[in-house]
Design a protein around this ligand. Sequence first.
Ligand code: ZN
Length: 322
Amino acid sequence: MEEDKYAEIDKGSTSLTDILDSVDTSRDRNKTFEIDPRQHPITKEELFRFLDFDVELSLHEDNGKLILGVGNEHSPADSDVLNIGENSRLSLHSHPRNSGMPYPSLSDAIATQNHGESTQLMQIGSEGISIYRRAQFDSSQNKPTKDSAKEVLGRWGNTHHIDVLNYEEDKVKDEDVSYFSLSNEEKTQAARDFFRDSDMIVDFIPLNDEEGLKNVLAAINLEKVISDNKYTELPSIMDAIDIDIHDLPLDHAQQGKLNTIIRHFDLVLNRDGRLNRDKELRKGFLEFAHELMNEMRDAGVDKKTEELLQQIGEKAKDIKVD
Ligand SMILES: [Zn+2]
């Protein structure tokens, strides 16, 4: 009998209501349930029911279907159980109403790097739905970032004296406090601060925002796309220059020189690592790039390359050393 009950559910011919009515959260942690959102679109009421469970539930898109997973009190279903591809269009999970964690957690921040660029990341908690994405900005270094959330979070923790990576109290430095020893309120506040500082929140929809919810449900039911999980685009001196350096008739040495010029301007633009702290170094990099441009010209370049060097020179005037 047990088998028959699930046979129907597994085929994806049931609604989320049917699944939630029959799911046994203590037993079904290694199971997934499939919903076809075209046949049974998820409703607001169904989604809100997630909050009443004492475990985290999740919905993932896989081949046009939605896969419900059953997690535990502190984390959503395991990726091994879900077996969802990186290109999934949706990853939503709940925090139970009584969990004391209404917003995405720092674990959720780290997990953003396990998802591809096209995944819409959402979390539903007792106060609303957070739509979020991978870290865009490294507030510790005051610059856009392409680093993993774990790296950005590690530096953020250093700056804020919160050790976010060590569970063991004796590994935590004296001036730091372990994230894992914080109360739920403090954890929530730390996560909110990190999500804000790293520009990870795309939108927050309170549970009574009817218009906002319609939009979110359309995304959950795969009718529209409202967010992504893309890397931030780092600025480059080549932005808005429409000459392709690969089209230029340059020999190997010239090609190398041009790449070095562009890289040095871009490094100063993005203020990577030591360049962020060291004004003299930034100055030096800019001078070096200008010298290389002069060297290239002195050795003689074709008309198209000269045009490119001129455009780069114009844009370089806007790069601030201070
Ligand atoms: Zn979470």
